[in-house]
Every structure is written in C-alpha cells, then in structure tokens.
Design a protein around this ligand. Structure first.
Ligand SMILES: [Zn+2]
Length: 139
C-alpha cells in the first residue's frame, strides 16, 4: 500500500470510527453530573441528547420522529432511550442522538445492538470503538 493509499485508508477509518454511548432515562442524571464536573465526553453526549429532544418537541404531530429501530413514533413525554453517535475524532465536537423506543429498548445491550444495526444501514463501514470512560462506563 502506498503512503497516500495508507493515509486515505487511515482517514476513512477515523471518519468511520464512532463511540456509541447509550443514554437511557436512568442514565441522564449521571451524564449531567459528569458534564458539570467537566467531563467532555458527557458534555458531548448531553449536547446531542438535548438537540434530539428539541427536534422531538419541534416535530409536527403528523410527522413525529421515529424510533431508529422500528416505525414507532417517539413522542415527547414518553420513555425512550438515546444512542449517541460520537465521532472518535474530538475535533468534531458534536455527535448526534438516535431515539430508540421503549418497545425496542429492553436493555442497554439491546439499545446498543439495535442502534448499530440502524446505523450500519446508512454507514456500512461503521467501526464502533469500545471506549471506557468515567462517564457512563463502558460505551
Ligand atoms: Zn422501536
């Protein structure tokens, strides 16, 4: 592999490498506290979740945002989890959050598995990094 090809390959790997963070309703307070203590990853998670909540609130009733794993609408005030897609490269400051409905989200592992499946439809080259951080434990 030439140097240029190796560089392009490494760049593509960086773009495709993501840290997926599960944020269930019971996890939110821990992320908020960690962000308040200066945890950058927790702050990125909460920024993405906050953006998703604003989108949920702003969605017209006739075209609500849908669960990432099934056609169930995500309505404000109902319980759902988020999976936050954070680029590993922190120069990209923000990630985005996918909502997973309560029916699909039976456990942390199930939320994660369904989010990876949904993301791989759009990004077949997605590489999920197993990151361990103070906030939220193992990603
Ligand atoms: Zn669902």
């Amino acid at each position: 592999m030439s140097t240029r090809a190796a560089f392009l390959h490494a760049s593509a790997e960086m773009v495709a490498a993501v840290d997926l963070v599960v944020c269930r309703p019971v996890d939110a307070l821990g992320f908020i506290r960690a962000a308040a203590r200066g945890d950058r990853r927790a702050a990125r998670v909460m920024t993405a979740v906050d953006d998703a909540l604003h989108q949920l609130d702003a969605a017209p009733p006739r075209s609500p945002l849908l669960c990432a794993a099934c056609p169930q609408p995500l309505r404000p005030g109902t319980a759902y989890s988020f999976v936050v897609h954070l680029p590993v490269d922190e120069r990209t400051p923000y990630g985005f959050a996918l909502g997973i409905c309560r029916r699909c989200a039976t456990s942390r592992a199930e939320v994660r598995r369904k989010a990876v499946a949904a993301l791989r439809v759009e990004m077949p080259g997605l590489r999920v990094v197993e990151a361990t951080h103070a906030s939220g434990g193992r990603a």
